[in-house]
Design a protein around this ligand. Structure first.
Ligand SMILES: *[C@@H]1O[C@H](CO)[C@@H](O)[C@H](O)[C@H]1NC(C)=O
Ligand SMILES: *[C@@H]1O[C@H](CO)[C@@H](O)[C@H](O)[C@H]1NC(C)=O
Ligand SMILES: *[C@@H]1O[C@H](CO)[C@@H](O)[C@H](O)[C@H]1NC(C)=O
Ligand SMILES: *[C@@H]1O[C@H](CO)[C@@H](O)[C@H](O)[C@H]1NC(C)=O
Ligand SMILES: *[C@@H]1O[C@H](CO)[C@@H](O)[C@H](O)[C@H]1NC(C)=O
Ligand SMILES: *[C@@H]1O[C@H](CO)[C@@H](O)[C@H](O)[C@H]1NC(C)=O
Ligand SMILES: *[C@@H]1O[C@H](CO)[C@@H](O)[C@H](O)[C@H]1NC(C)=O
Ligand SMILES: *[C@@H]1O[C@H](CO)[C@@H](O)[C@H](O)[C@H]1NC(C)=O
Ligand SMILES: *[C@@H]1O[C@H](CO)[C@@H](O)[C@H](O)[C@H]1NC(C)=O
Length: 556
């Protein structure tokens, strides 16, 4: 009897598994409710107002696996409009969830809005932050990781544990005070300190990173700061780089890493030293001042405190450039899918458009502004993405104020304030040259895409420089730093329809205009290429009371 029952059960199980297979189960959902509030803490020993998510600073980690659906219901209990952006999440066909002021109306104080996005075909280490009104200066940031699906091989053994390290420069002034300085035309000046996971000193860390002897751990390190590149290192330990903004890299070993604003690196660290405590250090790079923070790692069988001798940061930016050049894509490793390169290779595609962008800084009516090719972006009251959807773009902004060529260095720089939206052709393969004409380092981030960071060089870009591009194993990523008086070249296929922000990762610069949007519209207005405006989308500006346009159709 028992045996028969088992057999029947087995048959039932088989039948149902088979049925599920046919139906194609939807990818799993993960739900989060966030209560965003002000709170008072003292990261640098001085009490100050910060932004908390569910009483946490930094905010909670979002842990996910490729293709998961993430649903975050955000309750804005601040006194200002708010948006969150998911830095590095590509939002395939879905810039509606990107949470930038150009794509979404802000969540008004006392109200809530639910983001719903899928971490489609991605793996890697990312972070989120509030994209509105300099809020990042007060917190609201947190880690966002996308693990590989079980079926997909990962090019290293499963680590014993997985730790998120958020490092950032920090001001004791609130975001409102900093914003006031920027609005009045002044710089926010230098930061007051550096934080590691919200703390400045190892002894103040509430959460220790424990390592069992001889075990290997993954650390995901992101610079969530406002403007300062940071060097990260761990006493007595090297770090094996395994992943960089969504790409598995060649696994080089580093004593320290330069992490520029907005960048994330995943490294493996093995507890193969004397059993005691060790400090991690994050310290400022390319600055006249030296600020640093320490954090604590403890062996589970620790026999003593960390040595007070801290490892020193490297000096100069040539070191940093060399480190950039050592980052290579592992061509044989799987990413979210096996064989991520598919049958095509980025180095063999013909470029259809070259866009050269130069950062400009100027005083406009006595106020500090930053720009790209002379256009200093301002957010219009109607988000340009909504204006496009409702067919009223011409009432909100003018396309293509930014030209594909900047003015030459010798021309006087005229800076114009306006919404900056660059029109593009869907599926074009483009090259963007980022020129830095200033004596400080710049870092850029693009939403909606990973791009191939094929070159960073000093001096001036010319078409002949294409000979120097890494067309074999450049890392596919979403940020790129450009050293003083240097340029960087990135390449990408514009295959993700939507409106996508390109910005200086330095909050002061993007707040004062150093950003633009690429409008990537599919001529088909088809669900194959882009999702419809979500039902719960907030509406504002001139589209607030307009009738909804007919939705995109599913016909291709
Ligand atoms: C959010 O936090 C505030 C302050 O702690 C509290 O007053 C409020 O009830 C919370 N709201 C929710 C929905 O939990
Ligand atoms: C850090 O810890 C020290 C020693 O325990 C304490 O005196 C100091 O107030 C703490 N600082 C902060 C910002 O919590
Ligand atoms: C994060 O997700 C992975 C895979 O989805 C899981 O193995 C792991 O236990 C999760 N970690 C935490 C802390 O939730
Ligand atoms: C606000 O939260 C409620 C649940 O508390 C939810 O039903 C509603 O859909 C949310 N509103 C938006 C715009 O997401
Ligand atoms: C690249 O990935 C492959 C496949 O997982 C792995 O065997 C190899 O060790 C990796 N190579 C390097 C140089 O990291
Ligand atoms: C760690 O590995 C080393 C070298 O293989 C070995 O000598 C040591 O006993 C190991 N320690 C522990 C605690 O397992
Ligand atoms: C940390 O900063 C202090 C104060 O500026 C400086 O004296 C010290 O050398 C720095 N240490 C490291 C390891 O960067
Ligand atoms: C790329 O351009 C070259 C030179 O103009 C041309 O010969 C070649 O056919 C093009 N390749 C593709 C794939 O379009
Ligand atoms: C934008 O580019 C597309 C494709 O090149 C073109 O069809 C369209 O007319 C352009 N729109 C504007 C406003 O320039």
């Amino acid at each position: 009897m028992v045996q028969v029952a088992r057999l029947v059960q087995g048959a039932l199980l088989l039948c149902c598994l088979w049925a599920v297979g046919l139906v194609q189960a939807e990818d799993p959902y993960f739900f989060f409710t966030w209560n965003v509030t002000y709170g008072t803490i003292s990261p640098l020993g001085v009490p100050q107002q910060v932004i908390l998510i569910n009483d946490q600073f930094p905010g909670p980690n979002i842990n996910s696996t490729s293709n998961n659906n993430i649903v975050v219901n955000v309750f804005n209990n601040l006194d200002e409009p708010l948006l969150f952006t998911w830095n590095g999440v590509q939002h395939r066909k879905n810039s509606w969830q990107d949470g930038m002021p150009g794509t979404n109306c802000p969540i008004l104080p006392g109200t809530n809005f639910t983001y719903h996005f899928q971490v489609k075909d991605q793996i890697g280490s990312y972070f989120y932050y509030p994209s509105t009104g300099m809020h990042r200066a007060s917190g609201g940031f947190g880690g966002l990781r996308v693990n590989s699906r079980l079926l997909i091989p990962v090019p290293y053994l499963d680590p014993e544990d997985d730790y998120t390290i958020l490092i950032n420069d920090w001001y004791t002034k609130s975001h409102t005070a900093l914003r006031k300085e920027l609005d009045s035309g002044r710089s926010i000046g230098k930061p007051n300190g550096v934080l590691i996971n919200g703390k400045n000193k190892a002894e103040n860390m509430s959460h220790l990173f424990i390592m069992k002897p001889n075990k290997t751990y993954k650390y995901r390190i992101c610079n969530v700061g406002l403007k300062t590149s940071l060097n990260f290192r761990i006493q007595g330990h090297t770090m094996k780089l395994v992943e960089l903004e969504g790409s598995h890299t060649v696994q080089n070993v580093y004593e320290s890493l330069d992490v520029h604003v907005g960048q994330c690196y995943s490294v493996l660290v093995t507890a193969d030293q004397e059993p005691k405590d060790y400090m991690m250090v994050a310290s400022t790079r390319f600055t006249k001042y030296m600020l640093n923070a320490t954090g604590l790692i403890r062996y589970s069988n620790s026999k003593g405190p960390a040595s007070p001798e801290l490892p020193k940061a490297p000096v100069g930016w040539a070191w940093s450039l060399n480190q950039f050049r050592s980052f290579r894509w592992n061509l044989t490793a799987s990413a979210a899918r096996p064989n991520p390169q598919g049958s095509y290779h980025y180095g063999r595609i013909n470029i259809t458009r070259t866009i050269k962008l130069a950062n400009t800084v100027a005083m406009v009516d006595g106020k500090l502004r930053y720009a790209i090719n002379g256009i200093s972006h301002v957010d219009p009251p109607t988000p340009p993405k909504l204006a496009e959807y409702y067919n009223v773009a011409d009432k909100v902004f003018e396309y293509n104020l930014v030209k594909d060529e900047p003015a030459t260095v010798d021309e006087p720089t005229k800076v114009t304030l306006a919404p900056s939206i660059v029109n593009t052709t869907f599926r074009n393969y483009i090259e963007i040259i980022l020129e830095n004409h200033e004596k400080g380092i710049q870092t850029w981030h693009l939403d909606g895409y990973s791009f191939f960071a094929v070159a960073v060089e000093t001096g001036k870009w010319t078409p002949e420089k294409r000979k120097n591009y890494n067309l074999l194993d450049a890392v596919s990523r979403n940020t790129i730093q450009v050293y003083p008086y240097s340029w960087a070249a990135i390449m990408l296929t514009l295959d993700n329809a939507g409106l996508w922000n390109l910005r200086s990762t330095m909050a002061e610069r993007s707040y004062l205009g150093q950003q633009l949007y690429f409008s990537v519209l599919s001529p088909a207005r088809s669900l194959r290429d882009e999702y419809n405006l979500p039902d719960n989308a907030l509406l504002c500006g001139i589209v607030k009371d307009m009738p909804k346009p007919p939705p995109y159709s599913s016909g291709a």
